[in-house]
Design a protein around this ligand. Sequence first.
Ligand code: URA
Length: 230
Amino acid sequence: MRLDRFLSNLPRFSRKQVRLALLAGRVIVDGQTIKDPLHEVRDFSQVLLDDEMLQGGKPARYFMLHKPPGCVSATLDPQHPTVLDLIHEPDKHDLHIAGRLDFNTSGLMLITNDGQWSRRLTQPTTKLAKVYYVETEQPVGEHYLEKFAEGFYFAFEDLTTLPAQLTILGSHRARLSIVEGRYHQVKRMFGFFDNKVLRLHRESMGPLALDPALEPGQYRALRRDEIELI
Ligand code: URA
């Protein structure tokens, strides 16, 4: 949220008082005096006015999980196990998923409390490739390649998918790279050819690949150099 909005949400401040407090250099965000009203305040930023703590600040946290099939990409679900049930960390309900996967899809899932970081990873404008390994019921034909590159019209959203790169690995196996994350996108793309996806596994998101040391259901914290890649 913008710093001026964050401050004017506090009942004691008018917009004018917010502007004056900023100009006077009374506001400190994450240890730095900030005068720019457009400065982004993150959920885990520490915000001080004079010496008063307005928001305590929490450390940013980033995890990579090997999602197994059979769990829901949600933080709460009344019926099924969720990916958050696999995470054993304090305050885990502050965390969110950067790019959901379907119930039976496996593979790389990134989990964080940093909304800006996860937006950079998932919004189509940043064009970060998400790479999936796919197994299908019917053979994958050479004629698929052109259609994936050209895009599929999705009537519900009234859009055409951005060019995707399909590599055929075998008669019923392919690797697909897409830059969006539309609802059931991969299954709908293969559905165009009446070809059911039987297995779907996300191998990477942008420069971050699933750590082969992680068994399904296991996770680890991202390293600083990995976080900075996004
Ligand atoms: N596309 C799908 O259809 N399902 C997923 O889980 C991810 C991408």
